[in-house]
Structure formats: C-alpha cells, structure tokens
Write a protein that binds this ligand. Structure first.
Ligand SMILES: [Zn+2]
Length: 171
C-alpha cells in the first residue's frame, strides 16, 4: 500500500481557557490525491503549491468546536483546530486530475517537491519526476497512456492505446 498511498493522522489541538489539550486520531490510509475545480481556484492551478501545502504539517483547519463534549454538554469553549499530518511519501505518486472541465486547468511541472523549503530534503534530491500520463474514459472502459523510459535508460517516450495496434506499445 505504501508504494502508492500515503497514510496520515489527524492531530486536534485546543487552547482551552486553562490548559492546552490535544487528541490524536487513528492513523489511516489516505484516499488518492484528487484535484478538482475548487482546489484549482484555491491554488490558481499551481500544482507545486498544492502539493507542498498538502505535505506541510503546520497547516491548521479550524474545528466548529472543541471535542470535549459529553451528552451534548460542552466542557471547553476553546478554539480548536486540526492538522492532517502525512506520515510517508509513496514511491509512486498518483494524482487524479479530475474531469476536464472549465476551471480545472493545472500547470504540470516536470518535478514536484514535497518539501520545497527544507534544505536537507533539497540537498538529498527528495522530489518526484513526471514519468507518465494516463487518460481514462470511464464510460468507454478505455484508457490511453504515455510514459517515459526508466531512469538511467536512454530517454524514450512510449504510447499505449489498448484499442489500437492490438494493445502493443509504440515508441
Ligand atoms: Zn478544548
């Protein structure tokens, strides 16, 4: 699973009126990374910014209320927030771009860095490189793919279309 997926944990924090308190949820496998027009608008189609933000553990989303509630009675009026902390980097990063629709246009860069502002990660070359695109027609039960040769091999581009050339890949 960790070859293709990330797992994450939700950390909830609340600065209550007398003491700070924290709650950790169970670690869970995260859904596939999916983009949509709403995210595109938020990040102005900047894939790098979206990815860096996703991996940044310091980001906090406000919660409607603190979790210290029992039988509808609130025990804390503090401002609670939650952080999603991604715990691993998959070897193969899969990003589902979503439907081709107006307002869902992303700038696809050759590389994508999970920690662009971390000098140690940059020095060790922690980054993803684009190696393939897959285009799916769910209604037509059909996909086509274009992918790059393995790193270190002679740089070549291959096309696959299961509906053509009896499923053979062409250079
Ligand atoms: Zn609280």
């Amino acid at each position: 699973m960790s070859y293709f997926r990330t797992c994450s944990v939700i950390l909830e924090c609340c600065a209550g009126f007398d003491y700070d308190h924290f709650q950790l949820a169970r670690i869970k496998w995260r859904n596939e990374f999916q983009l949509n027009p709403g995210l595109c608008e938020r990040y102005q189609g900047n894939l790098r910014q979206w990815f860096a933000d996703l991996m940044r553990p310091a980001k906090a989303e406000p919660l409607a209320a603190c979790w210290q509630v029992f039988d509808g009675q609130k025990f804390c009026d503090g401002n609670a927030v939650q952080h999603e902390v991604v715990l691993n980097l998959p070897i193969t990063l899969i990003i589902e771009m979503g439907d081709i629709s107006p307002g869902n246009n992303w700038e696809i860069t050759k590389t994508l860095s999970p920690y662009p502002n971390n000098s140690t990660a940059t020095a060790h070359g922690v980054k993803y490189s684009v190696v393939g695109h897959i285009y799916l027609s769910p209604g037509g039960h059909h996909f086509i793919a274009r992918y790059f040769s393995a790193p270190g091999a002679k740089p070549e581009i291959f096309d696959h279309d299961g509906g053509k050339r009896e499923g053979h890949v062409i250079l």
